[in-house]
Design a protein around this ligand. Structure first.
Ligand code: BTN
Length: 240
């Protein structure tokens, strides 16, 4: 079991990712430890955004790993494994989700979960990583954001303390099954939002209609356009 042998459950914290970073700096932390918070009041999202979560309603947790043994050019595998873990967990709960590149989890185009991975890189190796996961569970009001939750999708209210164990179980299962598998890219692409579909995007050159056609070996998004295939990193392309 890679994640969750040790669980630290906090009532309230600014950000579970920050809490892990401080613990590691001050005392060290066993690999696989999960830090979970009932109330995360200053959560961090991707692209310097905030991650908003009503206290007691959702899953907000971070996992610390210092034994991933991956070279920097393969860091996208962590993103894939975590996104697929959340996707598969939702499948076990009867919710059909897709992964919006690189690791947003969507249900019918609405965001249900997000991941913030902060790697500590030494030379060309990932020395350790903090994997922050937010999953909307019982919250139903999102202040105009294009978001949804498990309760909104199924009509069921979830008991977070019980639910946590099956979540971690699925995350472990997916990691063990796929981390050394040659099928990881294929499995990821099978769940990718808008794969092989025409849609609107923009890049430095402006808006265009394109079709996601794959991922490069370092995790860049490949989009087929009229004049060929372009590859994008996170800040270089916008979805509409
Ligand atoms: C995103 O989609 O923008 C990423 C959201 C990540 C949110 C999680 S909640 C637990 C962990 N702690 C944080 O401060 N952020 C991540």
């Amino acid at each position: 079991m890679r994640f969750g042998r040790k669980l630290i459950h906090l009532e309230s914290v600014d950000s579970t990712n920050n809490y892990v970073a401080n613990l590691v700096k001050d005392h060290g932390l066993a690999s696989g430890t999960v830090i979970m918070a009932d109330d995360q009041f200053d959560g961090k999202g991707q692209r310097e955004a905030d991650w908003l979560s009503t206290a007691g309603m959702n899953l907000t947790l971070s996992i610390y790993l210092d034994d991933v043994n991956l070279s920097v050019d393969r860091q996208f595998r962590i993103t894939q494994l975590i996104a697929l873990g959340i996707h598969e967990f939702l499948t076990t709960q009867g919710i059909d989700s897709s992964i919006k590149w690189p690791n947003d989890i969507l249900v019918n185009g609405l965001k249900i979960g997000g991941v913030l991975i902060e790697n500590h890189i030494v030379g060309k190796q990932i020395k350790s990583t903090i994997i922050g996961i937010g999953l909307n569970v019982n919250q139903t009001e999102f202040d105009g954001l294009l978001a949804t939750s498990m309760l909104s999708e199924t009509g069921k209210t979830y008991l977070l303390s019980e639910f946590y164990f099956s979540f971690i179980h699925t995350m472990n299962d997916v990691w063990e099954r796929l981390c050394n598998s040659s099928t990881l890219d294929e499995v990821y692409l099978n769940s990718l939002y808008r794969m092989n579909q025409k849609a609107r995007y923009s890049d430095v050159l402006g808006e265009f209609i394109g079709e996601i056609c794959g991922i490069s070996s370092d995790g860049r998004l490949r989009i087929k356009k009229d004049n060929g295939i372009s590859e994008y990193s996170l800040k270089e392309v916008k979805f509409y």
